[in-house]
Design a protein around this ligand. Sequence first.
Ligand code: ADP
Ligand code: MG
Length: 240
Amino acid sequence: MPVISIKSVSYHYPHASGSEPEALSGITLDITAGEFVALVGANGSGKSTLARLLNGLLRPTAGEVLVDGFSTGDKANLDRIRETVGMVFQNPDSQIVATSVEDDIAFGLENLGLPAEEIERRIDEACRRFGIEALRQSEPHWLSGGQKQRAVLAGVLALQPKVLVLDEPTSMLDPRSQREFLQLVESLWHEGTSVVYITQIMEEVASAGRVVALAGGEIAFDGTPAELLSNHQLVEDLGV
Ligand code: ADP
Ligand code: MG
């Protein structure tokens, strides 16, 4: 069974005018457990909308998204789905809620209702893993962009999601922090986490086993990075 199954999904933003095209139309896509899928496409092609559909932040206007077999259309499934699918967005500031790095990581864990010792253990582990032990007491506000994004990833990873969805997580980082961040994501993938990695940075696509490209809310390509990169016309048409 695929870990995420997207079945004939369309999405129209409720306050968009009737004449505006759907943000997504007729998307069908299965993501197998253990895959690293890069999702590319020009601005406005529907990438972020698709990301928000994967954990039930948005519900399809038509069709269905199944996470581990559970439909995002049923509110009763949403807690379970959000534990399964961890999200990292473009701007870490939008995702940081507490006044210290460790409190921020603890926040999500407390929401899961875990015991205090387990929370402490997971914070230790996540901070060690992401090289932010020295920053535990720091105010997130004062960290560099790369440090903030690592703190966000640590917070998401501490929740031990099966699937990580990252929406242009490195677009605000310098090239060195971009590479370091991608390496962390790759190491999580090697350990079994499924990854959906949204990017406009073509070098980042090379890490993926599979690339899906969106154009105008539809799937324009689904194949390997090598196949995509060798099709210059397609790359040009995609406008990425
Ligand atoms: P991408 O992430 O690929 O840049 P988006 O998913 O953000 O694309 O946007 C897809 C389409 O949906 C665009 O036409 C965009 O203008 C529209 N859209 C995105 N967010 C909203 C919103 N909150 N309300 C109305 N329309 C939106
Ligand atoms: Mg986007």
